[in-house]
Design a binder for this molecule. Structure first.
Ligand code: RET
Length: 294
């Protein structure tokens, strides 16, 4: 019987040893170790939780189906936020990405767990969770305006496409040009959403008698939402003039107004004007312009 020789372990080259795998724990600790970044996430988890409690309290007595659907849709926004920020704070939806040639952060490195790691920290989970929270915002706005199912569906699908292509722009590491191509596709989808918000829904809102509150919320939404792609372009995903912590605070502050202040204004209106927004779900005026008699 031949004796099997025990093979010596394969030794890794120094280059391989240099680039250690970054674990979720490393990312969790990295976030905690950066007070600016950590506060931008933990403050929002607390705010989203408090807003949720306040919003449940504000809407608990609603009875009309359409008013209730607006409320549920708005309640979804802080709910998704709690999950979104918890994902980021825990390191679950954070990654280290090595930017492609030509990118401003090409060759950058970051100190994680006392070691220098090639790449930049990307909080990509944000773009993923926006694909859930922003449709809820649009559904609430579309219902408030009394719009038809087709235009609500169009706004929501282009909005989801905007978020997913924005995520693709953030995660593409093979080509600098393709990162910006994804960004451009995302902006094109965003343009469809803005068009519906500015050109289509205001007319519907006038017909529904909700023009006053709709126009305030429309303006707030369009102005704030335009700031998101600007932050993306200036942040580490784009031309990298803003550090990760500052970028994260910029998004967090935008979120506070675009989500919680927006939701508060909308729910306050719905709670005291239930009869104005009342109706069946996605119930719209008939082609002759009159509402069904019921
Ligand atoms: C990205 C980058 C690619 C181009 C565009 C973007 C737009 C993002 C927007 C986000 C709005 C988020 C909100 C979140 C609330 O939960 C993805 C940044 C156009 C408009 C309101």
């Amino acid at each position: 019987m031949t004796r099997h020789q025990i093979q010596p372990p394969v030794t890794e080259s120094p280059a391989v040893l240099q680039q250690q795998a970054v674990t979720q724990t490393d990312l969790f600790e990295y976030v905690l170790g950066d007070p600016l970044l950590a506060s931008s996430l933990y403050v929002n988890i607390a705010l989203a939780g408090l807003s949720l409690l306040l919003f449940v309290f504000m809407t608990k007595d609603l009875e009309d189906p359409r008013a209730k659907l607006i409320a549920v849709s708005v309640l979804l926004v802080p709910t998704v936020s709690v999950a979104s920020y918890t994902g980021l704070a825990s390191g679950l939806t954070v990654g280290i990405l090595e930017m492609p040639a030509g990118h401003a952060a090409e060759g950058a490195s970051v100190m994680i767990g006392g070691e220098s790691v090639d790449g930049v920290v990307s909080l990509w989970g944000r773009y993923l969770t926006w694909a859930l929270s922003t449709p809820a915002i649009l559904l609430a706005l579309g219902l408030l305006a009394g719009s038809d199912a087709t235009s609500i569906f169009t706004a929501i699908t282009f909005d989801i496409a905007m978020c997913i292509t924005g995520l693709a722009a953030a995660l593409t590491t093979s080509s600098h040009a393709l990162r910006w191509f994804w960004y451009f596709i995302s902006c094109a989808c965003f343009a469809v959403v803005v068009y519906i918000l500015l050109a289509k829904w205001p007319q519907d809102a006038s017909a529904a008698g909700t023009a006053g509150i709709f126009n305030t919320l429309k303006l707030l939404t369009v102005v704030l939402w335009i700031a998101y792609p600007i932050v993306w372009a200036l942040g580490v995903e784009g031309i990298a003039v803003l550090p990760v912590g500052v970028t994260s605070w910029a998004y967090s502050l935008l979120d506070v107004v675009a989500k919680y202040i927006f939701a508060f204004l909308l729910l306050r209106y719905v709670a005291s004007n239930e009869r104005v927004v009342s109706g069946d779900l996605l119930d719209v005026p008939s082609a002759s312009g009159t509402l069904a008699d019921d």
